[in-house]
Design a protein around this ligand. Sequence first.
Ligand SMILES: NC(=O)c1ccc[n+]([C@@H]2O[C@H](COP(=O)([O-])OP(=O)(O)OC[C@H]3O[C@@H](n4cnc5c(N)ncnc54)[C@H](O)[C@@H]3O)[C@@H](O)[C@H]2O)c1
Ligand SMILES: O=C(O)CC[C@@H](O)C(=O)O
Length: 531
Amino acid sequence: MAPRVLISDELSTAAVQIFKDRGVEVDYQPKLGKDKDALLAIIGDYDGLAIRSATKATEKLIAAAANLKVIGRAGIGVDNVDIPAASKKGVIVMNTPFGNSITTAEHAIAMMLAVARQIPEANASTHAGKWEKSRFMGVELTGKTLGVIGAGNIGGIVCDRARGLRMKVIAYDPFLSEERADQLGVEKVELEDLLHRADFITLHVPLTDQTRNILSREAIQKLKPGVRIVNCARGGLVDEEALAEALKSGHVAGAALDVFAVEPATASPLFNLPNVVCTPHLGAATTEAQENVALQVAEQMSDYLLTGAVTNALNMPSVTAEEAKVMGPWIRLAGHLGNFVGQMTDEPIKAINVLYDGVASTMNLAALNCAVIAGIMRRANPDVNLVSAPVIARERGIHVSTTRQDQTGMFEGYVKVTVVTDARERSVAGTVFSDGKPRFIQIKGITVDAEIGANMVYTTNEDVPGIIGTLGQTMGENGVNIANFTLGRSQRGGEAIAILYVDDPVPEPILDKLRRTGMFQQVKALAFDMA
Ligand SMILES: NC(=O)c1ccc[n+]([C@@H]2O[C@H](COP(=O)([O-])OP(=O)(O)OC[C@H]3O[C@@H](n4cnc5c(N)ncnc54)[C@H](O)[C@@H]3O)[C@@H](O)[C@H]2O)c1
Ligand SMILES: O=C(O)CC[C@@H](O)C(=O)O
């Protein structure tokens, strides 16, 4: 059945066409994002949700989305999506990190020019027939210092454009390298320095616990008198009350705001103040940007729903369509290995180490790790997937480490998963054969060659005669057909294991019969998801 996607915000209809062309069923209901209850009522029918900023993908909405696999944000900021809730539910959250950057940077520059020359007020006055030539004295940008807070994609473009306007650009961004600052031709400074030196300040950081209120009342007091502030990033970065007071006192000469603490902003202490330019979150509103983000989000969501390729996800490592194809059997193997140790482990897990050898070590290990962890967690939580598993592992304080090596002998590559608990370490290794089928090749350090099937029985015993007979006879007497049988031992007379791949699940009473023979230390039924 074709996956179904709901578009619940105003997206360019180019997205609708992309979904259709790719074979994804799509419902375009651009007003639904504003109607929480209506959205809640139907979200359970969809595999994908494509949004802009009106739709709030809250924990409640995500909980009601029984079939949801992906949320695609046609834009950059994902503060309208509860990412932890999505991750826990195994829903991928994607954005389009570059599609509207130029457009938003241009809006910031436009706002800076507008506030420098009071263009909106001069425009209104002229339309009113007043011709107030002496009222609107502006300032030049050339030679002025622009303080950029956040020099990422958009901030970086703003730096470039501002230098073209012959401004001196200083940037505060703790994650900006000196090398990148040099490339951008800007001086990297501390926030305090920026607050004291800038004639204009423009914000380009996401809204996080660290950036909320970054221009606080205290910070505003430190600003150079006559400064002008531009915010085209997110409301909540600037203390709006304190800014309004600083504008009234003349300490701040002007402000241009595209974003507000509460949106839609229908009231604000900044409204109707002189030299405050406001736009209703128009940063990304150009035909070019809207087409870019709509096309990108539709492509990315279709790729994920149809091929498993992951691009620009905020809660899952990226996997290209090519990788998804090549890695498919290895991802399945990683899941089975995790699932094996998960089913064998009854105590709390403290740590997981995954060793990748040979060809496996050259793959996208972040994605393979997610598959291993999901496999391990599946026993406790059958709904866990590649997105939610690492979150759950982190919440439980499980330390995950990766080892990469290239010492392959018999195999082109293999993966070995070791789980550490207070009581013991348990490991299993596997590989993928040239037919694409995964195999267990080592359990408890004992070499085996076990085909993996949906239903298996695992036993441990001493290496003594009669084990094969007892297993075969017990299964045969109870109508269980063995598809494949693998034995392994540490040494003659030492520790031994048997792995039976059976056609159907083996009921506990049959396993009890085996246990009662006294020949086995452990008898366990295992199940693997072969889908
Ligand atoms: N007005 C609009 O319509 C519109 C459109 C697009 C994006 N945005 C907003 O613009 C923001 C920036 O977008 P982007 O694509 O440039 O994002 P980005 O991730 O490329 O850049 C953000 C930068 O902020 C820096 N940063 C993070 N924490 C910081 C901190 N505590 N102090 C200083 N710098 C910090 C990061 O290092 C990064 O360089 C988005 O998060 C979004 O909220 C608004
Ligand atoms: O969709 C929009 O209009 C705004 C997008 C913008 O806020 C973003 O973060 O990309």
